[in-house]
Design a protein around this ligand. Structure first.
Ligand code: SAM
Ligand code: SF4
Length: 331
């Protein structure tokens, strides 16, 4: 399915909940959030119905996110159902990993294709401070369980923060040196709590320089995006001798809007057309109002046609900007 800019939309990120078992400083307020009511969140049957409609329009990849997707009960069964949809080639998950130790094996058996594990630090004290309540051991046990379960595509996501996790930038890259894991550095985006948390992201160019100086293996070599794959916004490199890859996601300096291939579904069933904009469609109202499959497809097609041309993160007062926080959208 093409949007009005002739971009091919093949990927949907589905947020399953706004709840989370951590309180990362750049994502959630310390006091927690005003939670959505259970009845306001899409049921799994509704999620599967939207996924089926999107798949029939050309979507091939689904990412489950949140809040923390693993706190939503029944996620293993959902993965199995999504994997069974005609046209869906990949179902993957973004998680903080703290509940992954128990779930990695059943998720793998349900057909999960990959996991992005958010891990900003390998220092237990920094982990606890940054997440306010988390234990690094739980996240590392989750990572280990994912590897033992044989989940093929494992990526580690780190948000580099000045004066917080600088020493971890190179330590996390060790995972990519030893194993076929992609370690990605995501620039802090000015969304929700990140605007007021007093944190400063480290620019991608600086992170790259730190890695090249630390490993002293020569310049990073660009990795070609896989032909035919549903690729994300990360620009990937390999350092000589590395088993895995290093990726950078740098939405602010290098807009990838022209090649954007995705839409988002929030936990309460709003189809979001751009991470940063409020444009979209209230699918919950349509689903609960008894819309037919054919009209659902039509509504999706019409809405996606109007996907915004580009994001406006850098404009301080942009009327089109969405007020939703990261935990409400899923990254
Ligand atoms: N709870 C899951 C997790 O942490 O992986 C999934 C949801 S979380 C919102 C998805 C990703 O968004 C995480 O990798 C997190 O680090 C990232 N994130 C949250 N707020 C961010 C911000 N302001 N800038 C950049 N990344 C952010
Ligand atoms: Fe939770 Fe993920 Fe947000 Fe951290 S980044 S508070 S783990 S939703």
């Amino acid at each position: 399915m093409l949007d009005g800019q002739k971009r091919k939309i093949e990927y949907v990120r589905i947020s399953l909940t706004d709840r989370c078992n951590l309180r990362c400083q750049y994502c959630m307020p310390a006091a927690g959030i005003e939670k959505l009511r259970h009845e306001d969140i899409l049921t799994f049957d509704e999620v599967v119905r939207v996924a089926r409609a999107l798949a029939s329009l050309g979507v091939r990849k689904i990412r489950l996110t949140g809040g923390e997707p693993l706190v939503r009960r029944g996620i293993v069964g959902l993965v199995r159902e999504l994997k069974a949809i005609d046209g869906i080639e990949q179902v993957v998950l973004t998680t903080n990993g703290v509940q992954l130790a128990a779930l990695a094996q059943p998720l793998r058996e349900a057909g999960l294709d990959g996991i992005n594990l958010s891990l900003d630090t390998l220092d237990p004290a920094v982990f606890h401070r940054l997440t306010r309540i988390g234990s690094l051991d739980d996240a590392l046990a989750g990572l280990q369980a994912a590897r033992e379960a044989g989940i093929r595509r494992i990526k580690i996501n780190c948000v580099p923060l000045a004066g917080v996790n600088e020493p971890d930038i190179c330590r996390l890259a060790d995972f990519a040196q030893r194993d076929p894991i992609q370690v990605r550095y995501i620039e802090l985006m000015p969304i929700g709590c990140a605007r007021t948390a007093g944190l400063r992201g480290i620019p991608t160019a600086k992170v790259r320089q730190m890695l090249e100086e630390h490993f002293r293996l020569g310049p990073m070599l660009p990795v070609q995006a896989q032909a035919g794959a549903v690729n994300g916004p990360a620009v990937c490199y390999r350092l000589p001798g590395f088993a895995g890859e290093i990726g950078f996601i740098d939405a602010l300096e290098h807009k990838f809007c022209a090649s954007c291939n995705r839409v988002r579904l929030t936990a309460e069933g709003f189809l979001k057309l751009c991470l940063n904009a409020k444009d979209g469609l209230d699918l919950r109202e349509l689903l609960r109002g008894g819309i037919s499959d054919e009209n659902l497809r039509l509504a999706l097609r019409q809405s996606i046609w109007h996907k915004p041309v580009e994001h406006h993160f850098k404009e301080a007062h942009d009327a089109s900007r969405d007020r939703r926080a990261m935990y409400q959208v899923g990254g």
